[in-house]
Design a protein around this ligand. Structure first.
Ligand SMILES: *[C@@H]1O[C@H](CO)[C@@H](O)[C@H](O)[C@H]1NC(C)=O
Ligand SMILES: *[C@@H]1O[C@H](CO)[C@@H](O)[C@H](O)[C@H]1NC(C)=O
Length: 202
């Protein structure tokens, strides 16, 4: 089904962006939060600096990244498309080499070029708690089914900033990296109210 989105993002300007959303029934929009025994990380929302997804102190990068899941009906695995929908579809992906994959925001990853030997996987996420609507439930963890491993935060850039990586079982790590869980939290459900395929966000 083809959807057209009329996005009025808190401004007077209305932007119409055609987007193909499988499934229909509107969009569930989420943001991502860390759960960790490390105090500085626990409860922090994930933002984006450049293409890196992580914890950033600067206001522009601290704004929580929002996504809507697109589920592969056969495997149950999900793609995490960022929201608001941009002219070029942006998808959260794990990008890296040697089993150490950086959580990244990638524009149209199917067409993106990476150096030989680089993994870019945006199709193997799992929303462990389904599509919940009640915020803050700790069971809502974001899992990665592409390799055996765990989520890890690495100090990055400015003091107090962290990048988020998926560390494969055999990947190298540094002593200042910290184990984390990534949980997702509902923000809103964008409903197609009159079923005409046009969604307006006030
Ligand atoms: C994880 O490890 C198990 C046991 O070695 C293996 O069977 C499975 O295929 C691995 N999963 C992935 C995604 O590599
Ligand atoms: C983004 O990352 C770069 C490189 O690590 C850093 O120099 C810059 O200050 C960061 N910006 C923010 C807003 O965190």
């Amino acid at each position: 089904m083809k959807w057209t989105f009329a996005l009025g993002l808190f401004t007077a300007t209305t932007l119409a962006i055609p987007a193909l959303i499988p499934g229909g029934g509107g969009l569930n929009v989420y943001k991502l939060r860390l759960s960790s025994r490390t105090k500085a990380l626990d409860g922090q929302y994930l933002g984006v600096n450049g293409s890196t997804v992580g914890v950033f102190k600067t206001a522009s990068s601290a704004t929580p990244v929002q996504f809507y899941p697109v589920t592969d009906k056969k495997t149950g695995l999900v793609e995490l498309h960022t929201y608001p929908i941009a002219a070029v579809d942006q998808i959260l992906a794990l990008v890296g080499t040697n089993g150490l994959l950086t959580f990244s925001n990638v524009a149209d990853p199917a067409k993106a070029a990476f150096p030989r030997g680089t993994t870019c996987d945006w199709k193997s996420f799992r929303l462990a708690g389904g599509n919940p609507t009640a915020p803050g439930r700790p069971s809502n963890s974001l899992a990665y089914a592409g390799s055996n491993g765990s989520w890890t935060a690495f100090p990055s850039g400015n003091k107090g900033d962290w990048s988020v990586k998926w560390k494969g079982a055999d990947a190298y790590t540094t002593t200042d990296s910290m184990p984390i869980e990534v949980v997702y939290e509902p923000i809103e459900k964008i409903v197609d109210e009159n079923g005409d395929g046009i969604i307006t966000i006030a």
